[in-house]
Ligand binder design. Sequence first.
Ligand SMILES: Cc1ncc(C[n+]2csc(CCOP(=O)(O)OP(=O)(O)O)c2C)c(N)n1
Ligand SMILES: [Mg+2]
Length: 389
Amino acid sequence: MASLARIRIARSLPATLSARARLIHTTSDTTQLQEKPADLSQPITVKLHEDSFQSYLCEKPELELEVTKDELLTMYKEMQTMRRMEMAADALYKAKLIRGFCHLAIGQEAVSVGLEHGITPNDRVITAYRCHPFAVMRGGTIKGVIGELLGRQCGMSHGKGGSMHIFTPTFFGGNGIVGAQVPIGAGVSFAQKYMGEKTCTFALYGDGASNQGQVFEAFNMAKLWNLPTIFVCENNKYGMGTSAARSSSNTEYFTRGDKIPGLQVNGMDIIAAKQAVQYARKWAVDEDKGPLLLEFVTYRYGGHSMSDPGTTYRTREEVQRMRSTQDPIRGLQKYIEEWGLATEQSSSSSTRTRRPRSTRLSRRPRRRLSPVRRTCGRIFITRARSHLS
Ligand SMILES: Cc1ncc(C[n+]2csc(CCOP(=O)(O)OP(=O)(O)O)c2C)c(N)n1
Ligand SMILES: [Mg+2]
């Protein structure tokens, strides 16, 4: 992983932008150890690579920051767990036990886990259909996600919704209509401001959603009313089978908010991801500066959904190169080992505990299907409530 692979994301841009347009690092292992205390319960000082961020109408976050051993190990465990959950879903789908739409986020774990580590429990998150890790990180469970995919009663929506329909009190889904969650997210942050809460909403969308009119309408209202909305573009370089460069006249998504400042972030290095999220939260909540646009440059290893092998519009070599040189989990593992926080053996054994849970569910897939009589519950109103009559 010595060479710093770079991804060119600039294309035919206006002169002012192209002069500034440059390359962002999406390597996952370029953060440097600066200072390590003898007592590892104390914070460690690290420095992100200087090309971890690009900014538009705002300053970049600090490159030097403190992390703790415990947090890095937790992040590692969580990213591994998210990947294994998605791999279990992949296997169950291929065994025809999960039906319908199913979009996996393998490769994009640094965004969901990094986001959770940068926000507070009362902030709100809303995303598109690639939503399983966010649901778990926001208070859901692996059993609840896998159960939902299998259509079981133990699922987070009692098996009635499926993949895109999972929610928690601070996670507003899982949304299948491309871009629709962006104005909803702005609405959620409107409510936060109206209620005087010291919280913000992270509204995530993909590069493929970024050209929609409703996205720009939401940008406008959020800026006009100074809402605490963080618009988060997960740029995984493809919208279904169309590359970002073929769909967007300006692929620098962080610059597309007009008067809304933006930050482009190496979305494969979880330390950079967390730093950007904390910066955004401080911007919108502590400093009350209104919306901010974050663009995480990331990559999905699989196809768009389970029905897409993901190899017709990009080469196998491209996927393989991303997996072997820019994987977020492997990057964090390298930090943990090189900085002497854990050995290879102990970091992999710390993730072993999670494996049986999803395996157990896949072993007994057909038991306890929702009874038919429960199907209409919480969907149809069967009796008028007294206060309505
Ligand atoms: C309004 C609408 N149009 C089209 C679709 C079909 N569709 C589903 S995903 C997708 C591409 C989205 O790509 P992106 O936003 O980059 O998200 P990613 O899949 O890369 O995570 C399209 C066109 C849809 N679900 N909703
Ligand atoms: Mg995309």
